[in-house]
Ligand binder design. Sequence first.
Ligand code: ATP
Length: 245
Amino acid sequence: MVIEAMTNGGLAVTGLNFTYGPKLALDDVSLTVPPGRFCALLGPNGAGKSTLVSLLTRLLVAPKGDIHIAGHDLRATPRKALADLGVVFQQPTLDLNLTVRQNMSYFAALHGLPRGETPGRIDAALDRLDMRARGDEKVRALNGGHRRRMELARALLHDPKVLLLDEPTVGLDAAARQAITDHVHDLADAGLCVLWTTHLTDEVRDSDALLVLHQGRIIDTGVAGDIRGAHTLSDWFLARTGAPA
Ligand SMILES: Nc1ncnc2c1ncn2[C@@H]1O[C@H](COP(=O)(O)OP(=O)(O)OP(=O)(O)O)[C@@H](O)[C@H]1O
């Protein structure tokens, strides 16, 4: 499974460690997510989710361990690895005074995408999220759910093989949370490798791959429905980590 994820479009992490001074934030973290899989990384506050996201996006560099994105070693070939990674960060990163298309054009330029291809790519990405009709509106005019959906469309603009989302539903109402969760499951069904971090058990489907991160360690890994057994995932998670979800 590790070899498959390393070579054909998935995500593979092996033996990752990270400390903030004396504080051990990640302890020997390994995981694999193959293409076409929605993997939920579930962890209570302080588990180390944001640290892992920072390492996967190279905002931080781990002293120990390896990360392969779509077969590219992030340490040895960071440009190639990051070119295959789409990211939705926890905090929105949109210019509210620009239109949806303008925000996306700027991102396309940052990624070095050919100018001639940009309008077509924007249309395709907006279509995937049912957002084409909103393309010429200023982001300020969109509600929180549509802003997130737009960020998701933007993350797909360069056609990444791996999509990373860091608690992407923070601040959204129930309907918008459901919509964005459904959209990302559809993207995984269409072949994308998805790693979705959350502390909310209701975002995880029984058929999803599940990794449970607690105090910097992966303590459970498997299919969500198998892991929770006869309990609700919420009850199981509370018993396992002591954290309400
Ligand atoms: N800059 C920092 N300096 C020192 N300790 C830090 C720093 N950032 C995070 N930590 C600690 O590292 C551990 C992991 O934090 P991290 O933010 O990665 O967890 P998290 O699962 O993302 O939590 P949350 O859901 O609250 O964002 C926590 O104990 C946290 O207090």
